[in-house]
Design a protein around this ligand. Sequence first.
Ligand code: BG6
Length: 476
Amino acid sequence: MSFTSDRLLLFGATGDLAQRMLLPSLCALNVEELLPPNLQILGTARAPMSDGEFRNFARSAIEKYLPAHRRGQMADFLNRLSYQPIDATTIEGYDKLAEQIGERESLSIFLSTGPSLFPPTIKGLQSAGLTDGDVRIGLEKPLGVDLESSREINDAVGAAFPEERIYRIDHYLGKETVQNLLALRFANILFEPIWNARYIEHIQITVAETVGVDERMDFYDQTGALRDMVQNHMLQLLSLVAMEPPTSFDAGAVHDEKVKVLRALRPIGRGESATGQYGAGTVAGDPVSGFLKELDKDSDTETFVALKAHVDNWRWAGVPFYLRTGKRLPERVTEIVVQFRCIPHSIFTGANTVPNRLVIGIQPEENITLSLMAKVPGLDRDGISLRRVPLEIAIPDPFTGQVQRIAYERLLLDLIEGNRTLFVRRDEVEAQWEWIDAIRASWQQAGQAPEPYDAGTWGPEGAARLVARDGVSWND
Ligand code: BG6
């Protein structure tokens, strides 16, 4: 299984993801000579286009989305590209695709289309023998809209590809600091002994976005923040924070530990969630419209969600995991906050000790900050004075010269090279959906509608109340 692909077949090659992420990532990898020298990339989508037109299309996308200093000699990359239109819903056309691919011993396929196209595409690929041998398949999210539909997709893909040849993408796993979280936990002796309920009071995971829903109105209105962000990215972050040490950085070992966490998630109870929907407001100084105005109809879709989750196992008993994500918030920030407990006894009478806090910044800044108590310099004639000081590692500093990569660079390379560690296994996706479906059912049962919040604020009042009840505040 450890072959390197020299054919990549890209479905959805003219789509938004291909333009913004996939083509720029492949070009950047090419410039750094990380792509296999013989790799040919065949793009396919419904639109009729010649090879030349597709290369022009790719050039414009790369010029738009890849910084100039990473583009290199684009001609060299563009020469790897060819194009074949296809209507993925009908069987016709796949033979032609197979013919154009020719050599298929080392083929990787990437489906970056809507999930409703996955089953007919798999059938088409199967009919043309493009699922045989060691062919790998990468699947872009969303993998369904609930457990049932995700099972249908997984069954359809699983009928043609064994699990070890299926690469389910969660692009958060391609982010450098997300992987660094594993290094922080498992390449240091410091944290692991105190990474548990005895020393940790609570954990917060925030994925805040300033963007609204933009052109994806219909998709988003059917989806909402819970399914768009929590089901996948946030639960992946949670499982990496909470999992037991895997025995190695091997795909199976990591997936086994993550899935145990996902299965240990307690169903969200009454009063343990808050939802919101943005109204008009101001973000970064610009006035923006509310969600309903953009949608131009009434809707109960949440654009913000906050949850108080529990991982019911020995390590995390009684430790809340507060999760929140939303659109049109005041800042774009993804971070994990580990709040440690108070010291058991203070010897410094009269001095305030603030419990330690570890903040892992994922984006836009990649940094790790540990707040510690230190003595304020002085003679202390009225007793010692303490102050909270940060111990900070800004990731780009010690690694100057390292480029900031698009998450898809890592994931595409891993697909091409056959490394599944940073992909999501079927049982993980299904455990994620099971937990999410129960939350949606409970909202429906309680008739919970999203609370309005102004664009440019940190979400609805309910989110602040959710944590305030426990004497906690969000790390704004
Ligand atoms: C996608 C969601 O999966 O992740 C989008 O569908 C969201 O709604 C995006 O904006 C956020 O990704 P990133 O990498 O910008 O944090």
